[in-house]
Design a protein around this ligand. Structure first.
Ligand code: TYD
Ligand code: MG
Length: 464
């Protein structure tokens, strides 16, 4: 049987050639040619069936109002944290990509979820990386009484597609998409062309038979999901599973979701028996110590408030240019805050090294953390301990003014729930009545100086 021919398509100009070149003949860009398989027989047949007059299949536009309402049916993944990130559960016929570093726990998460779903739905777990015995060992270890599910240890795309069509499961899991191999393409498994073709073929089948498909994707050395943007466009949701290799908790986030909000956060903890959900994640990010240089903020991940401790260490530098390092916060943000403190409060921080860390290995990207960072730095510089039960929230302007932050009400409620009694916030929050109801001392400040005086109880700009 002759091999189906493949062609190469330039990803920057779209030119097509039959032969591979390192440089596109048409637009001159380098390394932009990607192998593509010729359309398969069945898709050609389907296209012929879509001819006008070929029956009720012919597609016409229709008015939005005439379109019936069809509420999204969702299946629970068996884990509240995973459902939350998915926007309420798995949508039948949808394609979800779960990415993350090797060894972070993607296979564990999906096997646990598959086993939970299998208690009342049909599930197919395709393991393209591990042998059937390896998966079974893990499955036995994860739960005391795991539900039975169908397992296929296979890397050949055609065999996986056949099994999907034969079983028509409600949910199918492919671990991983990079390990699958389409025999029609000559490129190696994991290459852009392979990943794209395999995902597209799986999606066609999944949509046709309404199977919810979860794909595992690896993150490359550069930190992007392999088969990069190609897959992200194709799938309905992209979840990333991240965490510190040395810490036990893992964070699941949605970076794209056609059926829910992005930036939702799910928190898990890796234990001896697999992943457990963490219902009260703020506890993970509170160090519990009241030392100098510790300030507490409330970060918001999607709709989820998290109370987090920041810790700063300011010490006299022994270098020509002082060292600044930050874990969990962009170092440029730290530079900016240090410059504002130096300029507006007269603190000679350019003569000091400054280290900043977020407890629990969380990444806090929001500007709402600015005031907390400033307070931690000043507290360490002046060797002060912040009064117990204080949270600080506010974005710092370059002029030293304090700017409002979003979702303040939600953040304050979370702080109160965890026993905090004082909050320093930007002026004009309008949350006085809420604070009174919650029994929270609301301290409003217009500038960084004012906020630190209220937060620390002394004027840190005063000389001793
Ligand atoms: P795994 O799910 O294989 O990672 P991935 O599929 O993302 O590559 O998880 C592997 C790590 O998780 C491994 O280093 C061991 C750890 N682990 C536990 O600590 N407890 C467990 O019960 C399991 C199954 C794994
Ligand atoms: Mg794995």
């Amino acid at each position: 049987m002759p091999r189906p021919s493949t062609s190469y398509v330039c990803q920057s100009c779209g030119a097509q050639t039959r032969q591979f070149f390192g440089r596109c003949n048409s637009c001159g860009s380098w390394n932009s040619l990607v192998e593509q398989s010729a359309p398969k027989q069945d898709s050609r047949r389907r296209r012929a069936g879509a001819d006008p007059g070929a029956g009720p299949q012919a597609r016409r536009s229709m008015s939005m109002a005439a379109l019936g309402d069809q509420p999204l049916q969702r299946l629970s993944s068996g884990y509240g944290e995973l459902d939350r990130v998915l926007g309420g559960g798995l949508v039948p016929g949808s394609l979800v990509l779960v990415g993350g570093d090797p060894g972070i726990g993607k296979s564990t998460l999906l096997l646990q979820s598959a086993s939970a779903i299998a208690s009342d739905r049909s599930v197919l777990y395709v393991s393209a990386e591990e042998s059937a015995q390896q998966v079974k060992l893990r499955w036995q270890r994860l739960t005391a009484d795991p539900s039975d599910l169908q397992l296929l240890a296979e890397t050949d795309l055609d065999l996986v597609l056949e099994e999907l069509e034969a079983l028509q499961p409600d949910v199918a899991i492919i671990d991983s998409i990079q390990a699958l191999h389409d025999g029609d393409l000559s490129s190696a498994p994991g290459s852009v062309a392979q990943v794209r073709e395999c995902a597209a073929a799986l999606q066609r089948v999944a949509k046709r038979q309404n199977t919810a498909l979860l794909l595992v994707g690896h993150v490359t050395k550069e930190g992007v999901l392999a088969g990069p943007k190609v897959l992200e466009h194709l799938v309905d949701a992209v979840l990333t599973f991240e965490g510190d290799r040395f810490a036990s908790h893992r964070l699941l986030r949605a970076v794209k979701n056609r059926f829910g909000a992005t930036h939702e956060l799910g928190v898990f903890e890796m234990r001896g028996q697999g992943l457990a959900e963490v219902g009260n994640p703020s506890e993970l990010f509170l160090s519990g110590e009241r030392a100098s240089g510790v300030a507490t903020i409330v970060a918001c991940e999607g709709t989820r408030p998290l109370v987090v401790d920041l810790q700063a260490l300011v010490s006299t530098t022994s270098y020509a240019s002082p060292r600044r390092t930050a874990t969990g916060i962009a170092v440029n943000r730290l530079h900016q805050i240090l410059a504002v403190l130096e300029k507006h409060m007269g603190l000679p921080l350019s003569r000091f090294d400054c280290y900043l860390a977020v407890a629990g290995g969380l990444d806090v990207e929001e500007p709402a953390a600015d005031l907390g960072v400033a307070a931690a730095v000043v507290a360490s510089y002046r060797d002060l301990t912040l009064p117990a039960g204080t949270v600080l929230l506010g974005e710092l302007g370059l002029g030293g003014q304090l700017r409002p932050v979003g979702q303040l009400e939600l953040r304050l409620q979370e702080a109160v729930r965890l026993g905090f009694t004082r909050a320093v916030v930007p002026r004009g929050s309008g949350l006085g009545p809420l604070a009174a109801r919650l029994d929270l001392a609301l301290l409003e400040a217009g500038s960084i100086t004012e906020a630190l005086v209220l937060g620390l109880g002394v004027n840190p700009g005063d000389d001793d």
